[in-house]
Write a protein that binds this ligand. Structure first.
Ligand code: ADE
Length: 270
């Protein structure tokens, strides 16, 4: 996966994405980052990239020409490489909200271009010309598009095969199946008078898995009732109670079946 980021602050992007897991993945060739400076494409003699807004209003607007020429240089590279035009994401609070599903969808692309806005926005005409997706990272306004672009790139990168090592990808994670992750503990067994739940020290993997599922359900219900509702819809409670206990007893690890999960949810509900 190749990420191209159109920005006025390439050093901000490269500094951040070249560290940690995304940096390692780039070194290993699973992903690449190319932060392209929009200013380098300005035809203005002072390399100006912004101007006043027609019709008045506060603030400056990013102009169409430098962005378009910057995009064309990227499009040329992508076409040479893959023969297909890339998706171009404009990061904006006016876009659809980014989530794990969107990350999975975008992780299937071979090339992705991000356009990071600044000042009061971008001339609409260049957006109409090049943008395929308008995406926001949430209902708040940031000073520029670099941080949202990096958030999305991080979430997408870790879904690209090879980027996470086995230990990292084996982790059961929040948002899988609409459940949040269970609480986790490391050494020491007791800290500030708080003990690690004894079941986690028992060595009984079935019981540990059952406990974790129960905590995941509990936590989701408490912290993200919206996700819990979605999970319940996918795992509807079953009517009869008789088989319940038997099923619940086998609610373990990979063998946890949907009915058993629902039983646990019922227990938590009651
Ligand atoms: N640019 C400024 N705020 C933003 C947000 N919340 N999401 C995406 N891009 C933005």
């Amino acid at each position: 996966m190749n990420f191209y980021i159109m920005t006025l602050f390439p050093e901000m992007i490269m500094g951040s994405l070249s560290s940690s897991i995304t940096g390692r993945a780039q070194d290993k060739g699973y992903i690449s980052f190319d932060a392209v400076n929009i200013r380098d494409y300005s035809t203005d003699k002072h390399h100006k990239v912004d101007d006043y807004t027609y019709g008045g209003g506060a603030g400056m607007l990013m102009q169409a020409q430098p962005i378009y020429d910057c995009y064309l240089s990227i499009e040329k590279k992508v076409l040479e490489r893959s023969g297909k035009k890339p998706r171009v994401i404009y990061v904006t609070p006016q876009g659809e909200t980014f989530n794990q599903n969107k990350a999975s969808e975008l992780a299937k692309e071979e090339n992705l271009v991000f356009l990071c806005g600044h000042y009061e926005g971008v001339d609409e005409r260049v957006l109409e010309e090049i943008v395929t997706d308008y995406i926001s990272i949430g209902d708040y306004v940031l000073t520029g598009g670099e941080l949202p672009a990096m958030v999305m790139i991080d979430a997408i990168s870790r879904l690209v095969p090879g980027v996470l090592n086995n230990d990292e990808s084996a982790m059961t994670e929040s948002f899988n199946n609409n459940l949040l992750e269970y609480p986790q503990y490391s050494r020491p067994e007791e800290w500030m008078g708080k003990k690690v739940p004894p079941i986690l020290l028992s060595g009984d993997h079935k019981k540990v898995d059952e406990w974790r599922l129960e905590k995941s359900i509990e936590r989701t219900k408490e912290r993200r009732p919206d996700l819990y509702e979605k999970w319940l819809i996918e795992n509807p409670p079953k009517p009869e109670k008789k088989k319940r206990r038997r099923k619940k007893a086998s609610a373990i690890g990979d063998s946890i079946d949907i009915e058993a999960k629902t039983d646990l949810a019922n227990d938590i509900d009651n």
